[in-house]
Ligand binder design. Structure first.
Ligand code: GDP
Length: 448
């Protein structure tokens, strides 16, 4: 099993939940209890806040029990999929893009406590936006620490973006106003304003931020929070939003051994989305926050997820149910066989599909070509069958004359036709096993 590099502990904790369902055939109120307890424990250990965990667990169990299983998808895989969907929802669903001003410079005001990585984010953000073809300017609004201004100037040089400073003698709101005027003169697309951080929230900091915000009328007000602080990060976002009104958060230090609580809680607790994440100290280590990718990483189960999705997409529910009934009663016939091969074709190249089925391992391109060729071959023979023969494969098992006719009509050998018929009966058995119906079908011997 490949562990996600982030949130390793959370990934491991959740894995315990799926493992308890291995070998189960359906999800029930009873067999879901233990796995749900594992999920709850894993989230609490990841420092997700308790009310969030409660709602999450409730939502997952409501969905998990009672939904029809998709053919070929096992309960543990189904639970992975359900948890994934809920994780994505929890983190805000879609990616929250940065908003840009319709005219004039876009102003991004950054706030945050000391040491969270705010100064670094200023430069990273400029670097990120420059790659999108936008011209940027940084404004040094942290007037209490001369070192912070120096650091911003150095980082600005590093990413080749101008830095507007007034030293430490001017009020931050005044610096912000002048910086913005300068940016307008220079036709700069995006102005990123750094502000002072403190060790903890205090009234002076909030008042100053409010004043800077009034002076700028910013497009975005983003709170920079440290992922290592877990659910505390979510509480900070809430407080800053209530006090000064923010548009979102930037989560830094996601590369460290953060447990995931911040990424999972911010949106749910504060109502504000995480827009960007920092995943290292280099300038290129800033990226948009994609809830679905993040959920995928947390689960470390990308393959299972895409397998279940494909199966869902391809197989309409009614088709699936009808087929399931047929398989159960060993009625699977050549029409279904054809439908199956067409389904496989729709699922994309065989190698990808087979590669996605857990436990099937990798097959070689040569084997894929072979399999695709034999599918084609089968189709020819099935087309040469009468409707009655397609529905009652027993007719073919019993009658060498019928097999001979089909061989002639489709240009195949009698042996190939016999193989196809045998294969259908083997498939009945295999599919029954797959469905967990263990009665075992018999493979009739072909009469000569
Ligand atoms: P500020 O006080 O909020 O302005 O924080 P700084 O920008 O000075 O950053 C504090 C420290 O955190 C610096 O050593 C940064 O290199 C480091 N840092 C910032 N962002 C990240 C990140 O995403 N990952 C890691 N590992 N370190 C970071």
């Amino acid at each position: 099993v490949i562990r996600a590099e982030m949130f390793g502990q959370l990934t491991g904790g959740l894995e315990a939940a799926w493992n308890k369902l291995k070998g189960e055939e359906v999800l029930t109120k009873e067999n879901i209890v233990e796995p749900m307890r594992d999920i709850r424990r894993a989230l609490l250990e990841a420092d997700v806040s308790l009310p969030v965990v409660r709602r999450f667990v409730q939502a997952v169990s409501d969905q998990a029990v009672g939904v029809g299983l998709i053919r070929g998808v096992k309960p543990d895989q189904q639970l992975v999929k359900t948890v994934h969907g809920e994780l994505v929802k929890l983190m805000g669903g879609d990616v929250s893009e940065l908003v840009f001003a319709k005219s004039g410079p876009t102003v991004i005001l950054l706030a945050g406590l000391q040491g969270v990585g705010k100064t670094t984010v200023c430069a990273k953000l400029a670097f990120y936006l420059k790659k999108q073809g936008k011209s940027c300017m940084l404004v040094a609004g942290d007037v209490y620490r001369p070192a912070a201004i120096d650091q911003l100037v150095i980082l600005g040089e590093q990413v080749d973006v101008p830095v507007y400073t007034e030293g430490t003698g001017v009020k931050p709101a005044e610096i912000a106003r002048k910086g913005l005027a300068e940016a307008k003169r220079k036709n700069i697309d995006v102005v990123i304003v750094d502000t002072a951080g403190r060790l903890q929230i205090d009234k002076a900091m909030m008042d100053e931020l409010k004043e800077v915000k009034r002076a700028l009328n910013p497009t975005e007000v983003l709170l920079v929070v440290d992922a290592m602080t877990g659910q505390e990060a979510a509480a900070l976002v809430t407080t800053f939003n209530l006090e000064i009104g923010i548009t979102g958060a930037i989560l830094t230090k996601l590369d460290g051994d953060s447990r995931g609580g911040a990424a999972l809680s911010v949106k749910e607790v504060s109502g504000k989305p995480i827009k960007l994440v920092g995943r290292g100290e280099r300038m290129e280590d800033l990226e948009p926050f994609y809830p679905d990718r993040m959920a995928g990483r947390i689960l470390g189960m990308g393959d299972v997820l895409s397998f279940v999705e494909k199966a869902q997409e391809v197989m309409r529910q009614e088709d699936a149910e009808e087929l399931q009934k047929k398989i159960m009663s060993a009625q699977f016939d050549f029409n279904d066989f054809l439908k199956q091969t067409q389904t496989v074709a729709r699922m994309g190249s065989m190698s990808r599909v087979i590669g996605m089925i857990p436990g099937m391992g990798k097959i070689t391109p040569a084997q894929v070509r072979e399999a695709e060729k034999s599918l084609k071959l089968m189709e020819g023979m099935i087309e040469a069958m009468t409707p009655e023969e397609r529905e009652k494969p027993e007719l073919l098992a019993e009658s060498p004359a019928r097999r001979k006719r089909i061989a002639q009509d489709s240009g195949k050998t009698e042996q190939q036709v016999s193989q196809l018929v045998a294969q259908l009966f083997q498939m009945r058995v295999r599919m029954k096993n797959l469905m967990g119906v263990m009665e075992g079908g018999s493979i009739p011997a072909l009469s000569n």
